[in-house]
Design a binder for this molecule. Structure first.
Ligand code: 5GP
Ligand code: ZN
Length: 112
């Protein structure tokens, strides 16, 4: 399948890795929007948040556990934001489920 994040998950396209296990990969975003900006993806191809089902939703819980662990290790105690854009109007540009983790600056709410 011609999917950018599947290729990154397989190591076919290099990335700056934050964390990896058999199910997920976390890597720094190529165009950071905050001093800390990494993405967490399932290695399994899921096209987006609208494709989560009872069959594949366990990965979401695992990803949130990984993010919590990384937030402690990277000392993000001042705060961080988890964002998943889904679909065109939300600005999803890569059709493989991913969770942005943003930190290191004050983050506006509501988002633009
Ligand atoms: P989206 O726009 O779908 O919410 O998020 C996709 C993210 O992937 C963007 O923040 C973009 O900068 C990042 N991105 C796109 N291509 C690459 C790449 O080849 N390597 C890395 N590390 N990030 C990428
Ligand atoms: Zn994919």
């Amino acid at each position: 399948m011609d999917c950018l994040f599947c290729k990154i998950a397989a190591g076919e396209i290099p990335s700056k890795k934050v964390y990896e296990d058999e199910l997920v990969l976390a890597f720094y975003d190529i165009e950071p929007q905050a001093p800390v900006h990494f993405l967490v993806i399932p290695k399994e191809h899921i096209s987006g948040a609208d494709a989560i089902t009872s069959e594949n939703s366990q990965i979401v819980s695992h990803i949130y556990q990984v993010i919590a662990k990384l937030s402690r290790e990277l000392k993000l105690e001042k705060g961080f934001r988890i964002v998943t854009n889904c679909g065109e109007e939300a600005g999803q540009s890569v059709p493989h489920l991913h969770f942005h983790v943003l930190a290191g600056r004050s983050l506006a709410w509501p988002p633009g």
